[in-house]
Design a protein around this ligand. Structure first.
Ligand code: DGY
Length: 322
């Protein structure tokens, strides 16, 4: 009997994939760093029963309309704004993502980015490595405190709560804004719900973890930055399109906010001539929120498990819709 065909759009480790060869005829894009081209993605997906997709693969309406054999798409990310979920549903194709397994790792990175931006850690490391350190001085590379400050979390989902738990350890005051009230976060973490505008006005650290949607696109624009404290630090670990990068640049240049720590961008990879990259008070990471070996392996495993379940006629563990 021929096995169902599974295509993986980026090279994943064989010690994870290997186990699934007993269930599937597995084909894989051979590169780890290079994205699959649209044409190959189309051709391979058309011949497959299942695919593991990456956040760099745009699975739009046109893609789904052309699929006759495909039954399930397992997206290797918790965010799935790269997928036209409505079109998938119309075609009867199941879509899954990777929540939970990446929560703590992404929260670690988000809080690390906050600490690094506040305490100018990257700048300070460069200072030493570039042989600029000639003497100790009282205010050399002095940053701003994190402990006992107010953190404002925009998007209090699983990762938001995990960041709030870390903030508790630094005895920070936690405020949040979310589409709906999160009683659990209020009761267990002592987080206070604020309107978006009030959060912007009060927080020392504004941390964006809201998923990208029509509602959140360009949420952080000129008006939002103007409302923030001049001493505020802005952190973005969700999706780049939630921020208007030109407005962020202007706000930093005008001194409307103190600094920014970014893991995500409107266009990825961000071009190296982008003006944000020239600012010392901005830390830029290459979208590594969930990038620990353990978590990336767990994400791969969850994608493959979801696919196995769907192909065997069972419920996937983490569907994005029912
Ligand atoms: C996600 O899972 O959506 C992250 O952005 C990947 O690191």
């Amino acid at each position: 009997m021929t096995k169902p065909r599974l295509y993986i759009t980026r090279k994943l480790p064989e010690h994870i994939v290997g186990e699934y060869r007993q269930y599937f005829d597995i084909k894989m894009w051979p590169y780890e760093e290079k994205s699959i081209e649209r044409k190959t993605l189309m051709e391979e997906s058309q011949k497959s029963d299942a695919i593991v997709s990456m956040l760099t693969d745009e699975l739009d309406k046109d893609f789904f309309m052309r699929m006759k054999q495909l039954k399930v798409v397992a997206n290797f990310a918790v965010g799935y704004d790269n997928i036209d979920v409505k079109a998938a549903k119309q075609q009867g194709i199941i879509v899954t993502n990777t929540p939970d397994v990446l929560t703590e790792t992404t929260a670690d990175l988000t809080f690390g980015l906050l600490l690094s931006t506040a305490r100018r850690i990257v700048e300070a490391s460069d200072y030493v490595k570039k042989d600029k350190w000639k003497n100790w001085s009282p205010f050399l590379l002095a940053g701003t405190d994190v402990h006992h400050k107010k953190i404002g979390i925009v998007g209090m989902g699983r990762i938001g709560e995990a960041v709030a738990r870390r903030a508790q350890g630094f005895e920070m005051e936690i405020v949040y804004y979310n589409r709906s009230r999160k009683r659990h976060a209020e009761e267990s973490l002592g987080a206070t719900y604020l309107s978006f505008d009030n959060l912007l006005e009060q927080a020392d650290y504004v941390v964006c973890l809201a998923p990208l949607s029509e509602e959140t696109k360009n949420l952080f624009n000129k008006n939002a930055f103007k409302r923030m404290k001049q001493s505020a630090i802005f952190i973005n670990a969700s999706r780049g399109q939630v921020v208007n990068e030109n407005h962020l640049y202007e706000a930093l240049m005008q001194g409307e906010i103190r600094g920014a720590g970014l893991d995500v961008y409107t266009e990825e990879p961000i071009r190296n001539t982008h003006p944000l990259l020239a600012l010392d008070q901005v830390i830029c990471l290459p979208h590594i929120g969930s990038a620990s070996i353990e978590t990336r392996e767990a994400m791969a495993q969850l994608c493959l498990e979801n696919i196995r379940l769907v192909i065997q006629g069972k419920e996937p563990k983490t569907p994005v819709f029912n």
